[in-house]
Design a protein around this ligand. Sequence first.
Ligand code: P6P
Length: 346
Amino acid sequence: MSKVKTLGQFIIEKQSDFPFSKGELSRLLRDIGIASKIVNREVNKAGLADILGDAGEINIQGENVKKLDVFANEQFIAALSLGGECCAIASEENEDIIIVNNEMSKNAKYVVAMDPLDGSSNIDVNVSVGTIFSIYRRTSLSGPGTNEDFYQRGTEQVAAGYVIYGSSCMLVYTTGKGVNGFTLDPSIGEFCLSHPNMQTPKSAVTYSINEGNYVHFPLGVKKYIKYCQEEDDDTSRPYSSRYIGSGVADIHRNLIKGGIYIYPITSKSPKGKLRLLYECNPLAFIIEQAGGKACDGFNRIMELDMKELHQRTPLFIGSYDMVETASSFMAKYSSQDELIMTNPIA
Ligand code: P6P
């Protein structure tokens, strides 16, 4: 009997964690797994097919849309629509929610928020990219899903995960009972359990931030960066700076090895760059389940109120002690109503 445990087997095995579930969530996770394998196949041949380059469109974020963005979005929407377990989808690529109104789905229990291809600007240079997803129970009683179904705090998530399309394709997810990682075995076309019960180190020596924005950071962030760069043997400083520019890749590395990822407010992104609904909340759910911490510099990410679909927030996420230390610098040198431009320090 093979020791390999596939994602499908694992999901069914863990279904008993949800005594009242009739398997809908299991089928939803299966649908996401299927779409991930299709996207991974295209990501792997992006350099060959004429799928590279801009699709000539500009998405609602005002960014050039790469064809793979469009493809990934379409694949996840199709898989979730056909699976019949979700009644509405919110996607980074779509300004409005997508109502799944086929016969099976219109009374489905769940809604799904997703960033179908995060870090897509890295596609053309062969850097890892990722998909991020978040699953909520709908709050509307029946019929077509509504925006209000997505205006829930991150603490209400029933599941969250990401897929990283890198040297191998991994799917990492949580349903609130720990974090498990599955690596795609192309020879059998299955995600296989490779990282059971993932825990992130309580502290570490890696910090991830785009220091090109330094002059526009809040003073607390500037001071924390200088803290990371100081010589101090007792705390293994200076830390190493690692920033790929693909959030899923940076956060996945820090999840496994420990570290902190920070995307604070900047002049270009006065509310932060990352999106609360389909980037920060799912990543925060995962990191907390792995023993880490995620905040906006002051407040727990998963307790932030959702007011609009594509709402942005600053993000400090990773090893518990490192996020605590960074937050202490924010408390000491910055304030929640921080003006965007702080006086550049020498
Ligand atoms: P910058 C990708 O666009 C993304 O949302 C994250 O995945 C990534 O960490 C960040 O933005 C990169 O942004 O401004 O440093 O290029």
